[in-house]
Design a protein around this ligand. Structure first.
Ligand SMILES: *[C@@H]1O[C@H](CO)[C@@H](O)[C@H](O)[C@H]1NC(C)=O
Ligand SMILES: *[C@@H]1O[C@H](CO)[C@@H](O)[C@H](O)[C@H]1NC(C)=O
Ligand SMILES: *[C@@H]1O[C@H](CO)[C@@H](O)[C@H](O)[C@H]1NC(C)=O
Ligand SMILES: *[C@@H]1O[C@H](CO)[C@@H](O)[C@H](O)[C@H]1NC(C)=O
Length: 167
C-alpha cells in the first residue's frame, strides 16, 4: 500500500512539477475582441510566456482572427495571412508555443477600427525557488501549487496509509 502511494504521488509530481502555471489570456479582457479597443494598451505590462494561450472572444458573424506578419499588421492587410485561426464559433484559442513576436488582426475591415494586437512571447521565467523576490500572480500560483497542494496530498496519503495499516 505504501509503495503504491509512493508511485501515485511520484506520478502526480512528475506530471505537475513542469507545469509552471500557463496562463490563458482573454484578448481584450472584458471587452473581448471588438472594435475601438486599444490592444496595445491591453497588452502593455503583460508578460506572455511560451506555453501561454490567447483566447479571442467575438461576434462570429462579423470578425475573425488572422495571424499576419509585421508589415501586414501595420498596414492592416489581410490578403496574405500567415495563419487563419478562425474556427467559426467566435471563440478561438491560439497557443503561444514559440518564443517570438506574434501579430493578429481581424479582417473584414475591422483592423482599421483597432482590431490588431502584437504579442511578444518570451521564455518562461525560472522557477520561483530561483527568484524568490518576484511576487507576480504567476509565481504566487506556482508557490501555492508547490507549498500547499503537495503537503495536502502528502498529508492525505499519510493519513490514509496509517488507516490502512491499522486495519
Ligand atoms: C493606443 O494607445 C497607445 C498608448 O497610449 C498610443 O500610443 C496609440 O496611438 C493608441 N492606438 C490607437 C490606435 O489609438
Ligand atoms: C510580409 O508579407 C508581405 C507579403 O508576403 C511581404 O511583402 C512583406 O515583406 C512581409 N513583411 C515581413 C516583415 O516579413
Ligand atoms: C478562415 O477560416 C474560416 C473557417 O474555416 C473560414 O470560414 C474563413 O473564410 C477563413 N478566412 C480567411 C480570411 O481565410
Ligand atoms: C504550435 O502550435 C501549433 C498549433 O497547434 C502547431 O501547429 C505547431 O506545431 C506548434 N509548434 C510547436 C513548436 O510546438
Amino acid at each position: 500500500m505504501r509503495g503504491l502511494f509512493a508511485v501515485v504521488l511520484g506520478l502526480c509530481a512528475a506530471v505537475m512539477l513542469p507545469e509552471v502555471a500557463a496562463v490563458r489570456y482573454i484578448v481584450g479582457g472584458n471587452m473581448g475582441w471588438s472594435p475601438n479597443v486599444n490592444y496595445t494598451v491591453w497588452a502593455d505590462g503583460k508578460n506572455f510566456y511560451n506555453g501561454d494561450w490567447l483566447f479571442f472572444v467575438y461576434d462570429r458573424n462579423q470578425m475573425n482572427v488572422l495571424e499576419v506578419n509585421q508589415t501586414d499588421y501595420e498596414s492592416c492587410n489581410s490578403d496574405h495571412s500567415l495563419h487563419n485561426w478562425t474556427t467559426g464559433a467566435g471563440r478561438d484559442v491560439v497557443p503561444l508555443n514559440v518564443t517570438r513576436k506574434y501579430y493578429f488582426i481581424s479582417g473584414k475591415g475591422f483592423c482599421f477600427s483597432g482590431m490588431k494586437v502584437a504579442i511578444d512571447v518570451e521564455n518562461p521565467p525560472p522557477p520561483p525557488a530561483a527568484s524568490p523576490v518576484k511576487a507576480g500572480s504567476r509565481s504566487l500560483l506556482s508557490t501555492l501549487r508547490g507549498h500547499i497542494l503537495f503537503p495536502v496530498l502528502f498529508a492525505v496519503a499519510a493519513a490514509w496509509d496509517s488507516i490502512v495499516m491499522v486495519l
